[in-house]
Design a protein around this ligand. Sequence first.
Ligand code: 13P
Length: 249
Amino acid sequence: MTTKIRPLAAGNWKMNGLSASIGEIKAIAQAAAQIGGADVLICPPATLIAAATAAASGRIAIGGQDCHAKASGAHTGDISAEQLKDAGATFVIVGHSERRADHGESDEVVRAKAEAALRAGLTVIVCVGETHLQREAGQTLAVVGGQLSGSLPHGATAKNMVIAYEPVWAIGTGLTPTPADVAEVHGFIRHELVDLMPGEGAAVRILYGGSVKPSNAAELMAVENVNGALVGGASLTAKDFLGIASVYK
Ligand code: 13P
């Protein structure tokens, strides 16, 4: 079955960016019209979401990097999906490996956050990916399969949910899996999605993330079942991010 999927070129700024960085968002938004073949999204730190939304002026989407499962309450320092939406976000990333590692987030926690995102009307990007040790042990598909079945929110559709496959060992290291390895995991994720989400799974966007750069984007984005990128370091400047997104001119 062939389903035409509109790709998503997404940037995750992580804990980077001050108000001076809004110029990069402006530059990306201004160039977005030339990226006719994909949707464009930047997820700045929460402190910049409102300013980024203003700078984007509807030409690109702005998202959060995490949310709490509850809509409001006594949770000092946390941010709800409703608050992200109120600040202008239309997407939120959940289950990034840095959150799973730094904050001990389990699949159950990730699922609750993903369901909060849907409750607030955000599109959720659910991240999955194996560590180097797990890959060496031949557990990649088992780990990714477990994360998918454990973290997918109830009520997910091809419109309100995106999957990002980010091998932990490829994040920020300059290392990437071979196109054949990416094809294997993305093919597996597609198969699982079709199984878990009848009628929707074939059309869900599956992003690849981990050391995507202008120099390797074309090769990685050409892999079957790769429907865009989730870019960390190279999304911090308009020049590098647009060098990647221009694969979808
Ligand atoms: P890098 O592109 O810096 O490897 O980060 C990828 C990532 O974690 C995006 O969420």
